[in-house]
Write a protein that binds this ligand. Structure first.
Ligand code: ATP
Ligand code: MN
Length: 242
């Protein structure tokens, strides 16, 4: 506890166990300090952390088991053959399983060349990954900047989105299951896919429904918000063309 920033980020949501887990993460990755909240969602918070040599990390901590979160466990975790044995009676174990799922999904995608934040560590309810941003500020989501994008740039972004999803599906053998402009970041002309905890293996019983929804989201965003001439069927074909 040597930095003012550190105290500023320790909020009431940090129970003792999370605090101890965060210390362990800092020790393992040789982190110097936490430097602010990037996002405070319903279930998870994302922090920016700084390493000893000034490098930045994104630290995602699962903190609240909302009713929606418990539903997600049913929908996305238990049907996944990789996680079917998880004990759902303990909230702590649920968070750990969910964090591990996010880490493993990130790793599988990263190894397939998908533009995701590089995963560094999972420990209990905490996932540490590459920070997507610059000068201490996170990159914008596509949802936040689409009105400034012209048709030519939109076509290039669409190309990247399709290529990333094709790798997720054909190489990582996963379906993202929450794919939309709200989970795509944009930095220096490059699209990054984030928020992959709910992604399921293609042999999950509902994976084709999740895929259809993802395709619909992509189709709607690029046709309605960015004005590209597209057909939904064409998007599905491009993604699943292994
Ligand atoms: P929410 O309910 O707010 O959408 P979430 O559980 O969906 O939260 P994410 O989408 O993974 O969590 O992250 C929330 C936000 O944190 C993102 O919209 C993005 O702004 C920021 N963020 C997530 N990962 C990173 C990262 N690796 N680098 C920089 N910012 C990030
Ligand atoms: Mn999100």
């Amino acid at each position: 506890m040597k930095d003012k920033d550190y105290f500023e980020t320790v909020e009431e949501v940090w129970d003792t166990k999370t605090l101890l887990a965060a210390y362990e993460v800092m020790r393992r990755l040789k982190l110097d300090r936490f430097a602010g909240v990037v996002s405070a969602g319903k279930e998870a918070r994302v922090y920016r952390a700084i390493g000893r040599n000034g490098e930045e990390y994104a630290v995602k901590i699962y903190l609240t088991a909302t009713a929606e979160f418990r539903k997600s466990i049913q929908k996305y975790l238990l049907g996944d053959p990789r996680f079917s044995g998880v004990d759902v009676s303990s909230t702590k174990k649920l968070f750990a399983a969910w964090a591990r799922k996010e880490y493993r999904n990130l790793m599988r995608m990263y190894e397939c060349g998908v533009a995701v934040p590089k995963p560094y560590l999972v420990y209990q309810n905490i996932v540490v990954m590459e920070f997507i941003g610059r000068s201490g500020l996170r990159a914008p989501l596509l949802q936040e900047i689409y009105s400034e994008i012209d048709v030519e740039e939109a076509r290039e972004i669409y190309r990247q989105v399709v290529e990333n999803y094709r790798r997720i599906y054909c190489c990582a053998r996963l379906v993202h299951a929450d794919f939309s402009e709200f989970n795509l970041m944009y930095l220096d002309g490059r699209v990054y896919v984030i928020d992959v905890a709910q992604a399921v293996a293609v042999d999950h019983p509902n994976s084709s429904d999740f895929l259809k929804q993802d395709v619909r989201n992509i189709y709607r965003f690029f046709s309605r918000k960015l004005g590209l001439e597209l057909e939904e069927k064409q998007v599905l074909e491009a993604i699943t063309n292994c």
